[in-house]
Design a protein around this ligand. Structure first.
Ligand SMILES: Cc1ncc(COP(=O)(O)O)c(C=O)c1O
Length: 447
């Protein structure tokens, strides 16, 4: 259907150019941003029946647990649907029962310093919506939101396009982005933006566990980030959508900012906001459910208003409530999910190491590994144009070889040539994708 719309648009733009100008500047901005373009391409994916199809390491989804969840939805959640699911019910921001069930989950697994209650939670149709809502409510056009490099690429469009804010990215150079020293890097970027470029920064957005690095922030770093936010009176939004997909503890497990008491640190609790959702840890991106947890009354009131435009389906809400109320199911589901993520991550790491492909070390959470293919960049393109053009070229070559991956440029990586491998998929698909990747890598690095 969208192909037809596109064809029609191209047709009228060729024949009746005036028609195409009849949208607002805002509309033009959205049209140019092409935020849904990734879903317009038609491609045939790898499967048992079609072994020549593309292996997509594009979207980060937990395909490993989908069958388990689907069976649960069919047998337990669907029979619990009632008439309320077909009504407006309690409105756009999630019924009390869902919010209470989510509060219980957070109180059990995120160890909040003060118990989260249903009143501190607001649901919308996904964390994507909430990121746009947070940008809309915390910034005016031209204001800045601070982020680290690299970071989840879609933040760019999700935050900037609706609100007109600017995203200000922090390079860490040789510093570890999860260390306390990283905070002074944020501060440097903040001060440059404010004092040299006149950009008032309103918020710091972190992703914990981190996408794409797959690491968790240590408690000390989170405390230092909270104090940095207090010092300059900026909000801290922590996107914790991968919070329960920690598959190996190593030295640092997941610490939610909810579990850190801001008061003894001298931090105003109304500056701290958390985003969570069903898409990753519960393998249910299609339910389209995300929530904001905040004690900032004004922010919540603004978000409540905007939630009207991001109203989740009450069918999804009913399904999620059944899941979240079933604590025994959740325990087993999360245990099995972690075990599978662990074994698939181990498999991917082994394949990368055998081929000599470098990757960002220390990942213990999320669904991906951040790998360094800079040795595959075309030197001629890098010299005559630039290394980011060479990265785009490499991305196309990988696609031609049958592997699709998010690239470093989209994720604001500091150096070109990095890509994100997803390992949370069926073993046959993972093996095939990695084998294509390794083949390309070895061809490019023969001498
Ligand atoms: C860090 C992060 N936030 C948000 C999202 C999107 O979440 P949702 O499916 O709830 O819109 C993603 C999906 O990849 C993500 O990685």
């Amino acid at each position: 259907m969208w192909k037809k719309v596109q064809q029609f648009y191209i047709h009228i733009s060729e024949h009746l150019p005036d028609y195409c100008d009849m949208i607002s500047n805002r509309g033009e901005r959205y049209a140019k941003a092409g935020l849904a373009n990734g879903y317009l391409r038609s491609r045939t994916l790898f499967s048992k029946e079609n072994k020549s199809g593309l292996v997509s390491f594009g979207n980060a989804e937990n395909f490993l647990m989908q069958d388990v969840l689907l069976e649960y939805v069919r047998t337990k959640a669907a029979p619990a649907l009632d008439n309320a699911s077909l009504t407006y019910d309690e409105g756009p921001f999630g019924p009390e029962r869902l919010r209470a069930a989510m509060a219980k989950l957070l109180n059990t697994y995120f160890h909040p310093v003060r118990p989260v209650s249903a009143d501190h939670i607001l649901f919308t149709s996904g964390v994507t919506s909430l990121n746009s809502i947070v940008a809309l409510t915390l910034t005016d056009p031209g204001d800045g939101i601070l982020l680290g490099q690299p970071i989840y690429g879609a933040f760019n469009g999700d935050l900037q396009v609706p609100s007109g804010c600017q995203l200000i990215y922090t390079p860490f150079h040789e510093d570890d982005p999860f260390s306390e020293q990283a905070v002074s890097r944020y501060e440097k970027t903040f001060l440059e933006a404010r004092d040299q470029n006149g950009v008032p920064i309103r918020a710091l957005l972190i992703c914990n566990p981190h996408n794409p690095l797959g690491r968790c922030y240590p408690r000390k770093t989170l405390e230092a980030l909270m104090q940095f936010c207090q010092k300059y009176q900026v909000h801290l939004t922590s996107d914790e959508i991968y919070g329960l997909s920690v598959y190996d503890d190593f030295s640092s497990g997941f610490v939610s900012v909810l579990s850190i008491d801001p008061v003894p640190l001298g931090v105003d609790p109304s500056l701290i906001h958390v985003l969570y959702g069903m898409s990753k840890d519960f393998a249910a991106a299609g339910l389209r459910l995300g929530c904001l947890i905040s004690q900032n009354q004004r922010l919540m009131q603004a978000a409540l208003s905007i939630s009207r435009f991001h109203w989740p389906s009450h069918v999804s809400i009913s399904i999620a409530t059944t899941i979240l109320d079933d604590h025994e199911f959740i325990k087993v589901f999360l245990r099995d999910s972690r075990a599978l993520l662990r074994s698939h991550s181990d498999f991917a790491v082994r394949a990368l190491e055998e081929a000599g492909i470098p990757y960002s070390p220390g990942a213990n959470a999320g669904l991906f590994l951040w790998i360094d293919l800079s040795k595959c960049l075309d030197i001629n393109i890098a010299n005559t144009q630039d290394e980011w053009v060479a990265e785009t070229q490499l991305s196309k070559q990988l696609q031609t070889a049958g592997v699709e991956m998010s690239s470093g440029q989209a994720y604001h990586n500091e150096a070109p040539g990095w890509f994100r491998v997803i390992f949370s998929m069926e073993m046959d698909t993972l093996k095939e994708g990695l084998s294509r990747l390794v083949t390309i890598y070895l061809i490019f690095n023969q001498h």
